[in-house]
Design a protein around this ligand. Structure first.
Ligand code: ZN
Ligand code: ZN
Length: 104
């Protein structure tokens, strides 16, 4: 069955969902919800996920790893700024104001 027709509430999801193979919204692979998982979702009142465990762990992983920002100083006015460029990288970083001046 397609995960798009899954009920959005766990309370409306029949227990037989554990017998169904659900197709992942992201990769279209089939996955199953185990009895234990279903009970846990029910207890925590979380709807049945619409993506397979692999896709779920992928999005979980990306949430846990936001772009790291580094504190560096503007190459022009020395103001402290946050940048995605690590300190060991050689890119010259400017604060927003100096950057604008530099570009326009
Ligand atoms: Zn998937
Ligand atoms: Zn500056």
């Amino acid at each position: 069955m397609s995960s798009e027709i899954l009920p959005t509430k766990i309370s409306e999801t029949p227990e037989t969902i554990t017998d169904e193979v659900i197709s992942c919204v992201e990769c279209k692979r089939g996955y199953k919800i185990g009895n234990l998982e279903f009970n846990l979702l029910k207890k925590m009142n979380i709807p049945v996920p619409h993506s397979c465990p692999q896709c779920r762990s992928k999005s979980h992983f990306s949430r846990l790893n936001p772009i790291r920002l580094w504190k560096r100083n503007c190459a022009k006015c020395n103001k402290e700024i946050n940048t995605a460029f690590a300190p060991e990288r050689t890119e010259i970083v400017y604060c927003e104001k100096c950057y604008q001046l530099e570009v326009y």
